[in-house]
Design a protein around this ligand. Structure first.
Ligand SMILES: Cc1cc2nc3c(=O)[nH]c(=O)nc-3n(C[C@H](O)[C@H](O)[C@H](O)COP(=O)(O)OP(=O)(O)OC[C@H]3O[C@@H](n4cnc5c(N)ncnc54)[C@H](O)[C@@H]3O)c2cc1C
Length: 481
């Protein structure tokens, strides 16, 4: 087993997307004992993960660069970097008519990679190492953990940080049963090869109408696709666009936080009407809601959180996740010329034919007679990451669950953790040295998907982990006499 030198503590981060990498960078800042931080990440760079490793020029960040901030004390950090690093010069289309920049997502990945590199060896005794591998299991030992990898020797860890976040979507059962293994089914829309082999005139069905659908349509458009695209989901709600101009609207009162999902939706409706009466766009109401997401989430108990997810999540998602105006313009153009149709419908069957795939759909709130059959060349799944089954799917999480050290959260958002991001074992006790950073901890944090929230959570966990490593170092020193 690989062990670092005795005086150096060892933190192992599993998953080097944005969350895990930013945690590593912040631990390197906060620690005051020597620490070696191994980040296990199969991709060839740290910091990019699913969202920012795309090299597709059609994929843009979905909020203006000025709101992709990592450091609250320097809110324009990414925007300034983007404008001054030559990136804007290479991508002038990033600049929208209102003066906001919506860079390609790969640019944000490069920005994060630069930060990690600058922290990797900035302090004596502190190092960050990218181990390009998959973690396959974590076993608890008498002195921490042993992290097993697909290739290479296991690593000893004083603390382990889980940051595997987004698994690919799970195809609907009907699709998995009949099209599973068919090369015309694209079940991972984030795979760089997802659109390979799609001819310009092919007809495409997309199941899911959120951000990944928008990415796929923009990518196909960029490649000169002219065939028909039908995108459908149960409600057919598209991600909304940004307001023409951003107006701050402060309305949230912490001492008046609603404690039911119904009261929350009534409050938001009232505030949207109030804002509209004052010429303020609804987006500003949602921005304030998002900024106070943790307080609102804390006030709702498990039952109300579940109600929120069952009844309101779909509306929250379509208003909270917005699209870059460049992508919105593509969707609108294609809807106008009829090459993109977005429907509220459910799938009734999927049958692979020799020539085409037949999909049966039943439009929402229409009698059975409105049943329709689509004949398409490709089916692409964009129903969002399958967080509900992540513990079963990801071997490293499964291995911890098998030891009773980790459990899925009761809402199906990821992994059960406490307010420090520490994983709660099946006996209800939080582990001191096993953490989750990033979206898999959403059951505890509520809003934990965009940059400001993830970077704040990763920074908090890094500060906490730094104090824990100091304690471990002190105890070990004392035991040596
Ligand atoms: C397609 C997409 C676009 C987005 N766009 C935006 C945006 O424009 N703006 C915004 O604010 N937010 C956006 N988001 C939100 C996004 O969740 C966060 O921005 C953030 O990138 C999440 O990063 P992460 O590291 O937690 O997760 P991930 O990006 O999922 O990274 C997890 C990493 O873990 C690695 N991994 C998984 N299993 C293992 C294992 N067993 N061993 C080792 N490594 C493993 C994976 O290779 C992956 O790189 C987007 C999300 C997605 C999915």
């Amino acid at each position: 087993m690989c062990r670092s030198s005795d005086s150096q503590r060892h933190a192992v981060v599993i998953g080097g997307g944005f969350s895990g990498s930013f945690f590593a960078a912040q631990l390197a800042v906060h620690t005051n004992v020597p620490v070696h931080i191994s980040v296990i990440e199969p991709r060839d760079v740290l910091g990019a993960g699913v969202a920012y490793s795309t090299s597709d020029p059609a994929h843009r960040v979905n909020v203006p660069a000025a709101r992709m901030t990592l450091y609250p004390e320097n809110p324009a950090d990414f925007d300034t970097w983007f404008c001054n690093s030559g990136e804007l010069g290479a991508d002038p289309e990033a600049l929208w008519t209102d003066g906001s920049a919506y860079p390609r997502r790969a640019a944000f990945g490069r920005y994060v990679a630069e930060i990690i590199a600058s922290r990797s060896s900035a302090r004596t005794g502190v190092s960050i190492e990218h181990i390009q591998d998959h973690a396959v299991a974590v076993e608890q030992t008498a002195h921490g953990y042993e992290v097993e990898r697909a290739h290479g020797a296991p690593l000893h860890a004083d603390i382990v940080v889980l940051a595997t976040s987004h698994p690919p979507p799970a195809p609907p059962r009907l699709v998995a049963a009949t099209l599973g293994g068919d090369p015309r089914l694209v079940s991972n829309p984030w795979d760089p090869t997802a659109l390979h082999g799609i001819a310009p005139e092919d007809d495409v069905a997309i199941i899911g109408t959120g951000l990944s659908m928008a990415d796929i349509v923009a990518s196909l458009d960029q490649r000169g696709h002219t065939g028909n695209i039908i995108a459908f989901s149960r409600r057919g709600l598209l991600p909304r666009g940004h307001a023409a101009c951003q107006v701050p609207f402060t309305w949230f009162a912490a001492n008046d936080t609603p404690d039911t999902a119904l009261a929350l939706s009534q409050l938001v409706r009232r505030k949207v009407a109030e804002a509209a009466a004052n010429g303020v766009p609804w987006q500003s109401v949602f921005d304030e809601l998002r900024g106070n997401g943790k307080k609102i989430w804390d006030r709702l108990g498990t039952v109300e959180r579940r109600r929120f997810l069952r009844h309101l999540r779909v509306f929250w998602d379509s208003h909270r996740y917005r699209i870059a105006p460049q992508i919105e313009a593509v969707l609108h153009r294609k809807m106008r010329d009829g090459t993109l149709v977005v429907l509220a419908a459910s799938l009734t069957h999927a049958r692979p034919g020799l020539d085409k795939i037949a999909l049966g759909i039943h439009p929402r709130r229409k009698p059975a007679a409105h049943y329709a059959q689509l004949l398409v060349d490709r089916v692409i799944i964009t129903t969002g990451p399958a967080h509900g089954t992540v513990v079963e799917q990801i071997p490293v999480l499964r291995s911890l669950a098998r030891q009773g050290l980790l459990q899925p959260d009761p809402l199906g958002l990821g992994v059960l953790v406490d307010g420090h991001g520490q994983v709660i074992a099946t006996n209800g006790i939080a582990a001191v040295d096993l953490f989750v950073v990033g979206p898999l901890a959403r059951e505890q944090y509520g809003e934990l998907m965009g940059m400001p929230q993830i970077s704040a959570q990763a920074n908090d966990v890094a500060m906490y982990a730094a104090s824990l490593l100091r304690e471990i170092a002190t105890t070990e020193l004392a035991s040596r006499g």
